[in-house]
Write a protein that binds this ligand. Structure first.
Ligand SMILES: C[S@@+](CC[C@H](N)C(=O)[O-])C[C@H]1O[C@@H](n2cnc3c(N)ncnc32)[C@H](O)[C@@H]1O
Length: 261
């Protein structure tokens, strides 16, 4: 099932996050999240599920020396890397913590962001209630999440692409459709939702798409899970490497503000 074009083994997790952040798409949606956060100097901003600290430097510049940035992640290895990367910034602290039970006092944060975190958590509404607890009145949360159910990979045998998308939504990603659900879930958690911004990147280059979507690696896992036969996966991948390529997926930036308690 191998092709020389696609990656066959998973990249290092932090390297992958850095790689996505460095693409035009990564830079553009992260800038849009920052614009929606509307951070002011002196404010306290929390990046929840901060990973290796990809966004902490930009947030530190936005709050200036009079503000504070707090990165939280449940993965100690990510927190170590984020801490190393921000060691020279006195207004940034990074700590280990679960978004369902944040190590932050009530009403202590002006702005919070979650960037592709809620698709992975055990209970998105509980996580959102917890974010609401730590936000001050007048605060704001900006989230970015995909809806993997919208993933389209063009192929003459559309059933093969449907099987692939079904594997991603039903097996590979815990809350695969959370992007489309965020407005409802945030409302359930006590937020008003003034903004929902859909973004649909269209990939015309198979290799570039694979660097973000992991097409071959994921197809292999789909075969192991019994969602694809090995022969079907080979047919699917062969065509993707040969023909004109098109894939697209919609993800959402959602702005949420705590409703009065
Ligand atoms: C796709 S990565 C995104 C990292 C970062 N936000 C970025 O944009 O580069 C998802 C991150 O969420 C963290 N995460 C997942 N579940 C979490 C939880 N329950 N509490 C805190 N962090 C969590 C993971 O450890 C990982 O670092």
């Amino acid at each position: 099932m191998t092709s020389s074009m696609f990656e066959t083994s998973a990249p290092d997790a932090f390297g992958y996050l850095d790689r996505v952040a460095a693409t035009d798409l990564g830079r553009s949606y992260k800038k849009q999240m920052l614009d929606e956060l509307a951070v002011r100097p002196g404010e306290t901003v929390a990046d929840l599920g901060c990973g290796p600290g990809t966004d902490l430097g930009t947030l530190a510049e936005a709050v200036t020396a009079t503000g504070e940035v707090i990165g939280v992640d449940h993965d100690p290895a990510a927190v170590d890397v984020a801490g190393d990367r921000t060691a020279g910034r006195s207004n940034v602290t990074v700590r280990v913590g679960d978004i369902h039970e944040l190590p932050l006092p009530d009403r202590s944060v002006d702005r919070a962001r979650t960037d592709r975190v809620l698709q992975h958590v055990a209970d998105p509404v509980r996580a959102l209630r917890e974010v609401r607890r730590v936000l001050r009145p007048g605060g704001r949360l900006v989230m970015a999440e995909p809806d993997w159910g919208t993933l389209t990979v063009d192929h003459p045998d559309s059933g093969l692409s449907r099987a692939y998308t079904r594997y991603v939504t039903d097996e590979a990603v815990r809350n695969a459709r959370v992007g489309s659900q965020l407005a409802r879930l945030a409302t359930d958690a006590g937020f008003a939702v003034p903004g929902v911004i859909p973004l649909t990147p269209v990939f015309r280059d198979a290799r570039a798409a694979d660097r973000i979507l992991g097409l071959e690696r994921t197809a292999r896992r789909a075969v192991d899970a019994g969602c694809f036969t090995g022969e079907a996966a080979r047919r699917w991948l062969d065509h993707l490497t040969d023909g004109p390529f098109l894939a697209a997926v919609t993800f959402y930036i959602v702005v949420a503000e705590p409703q009065d308690a």
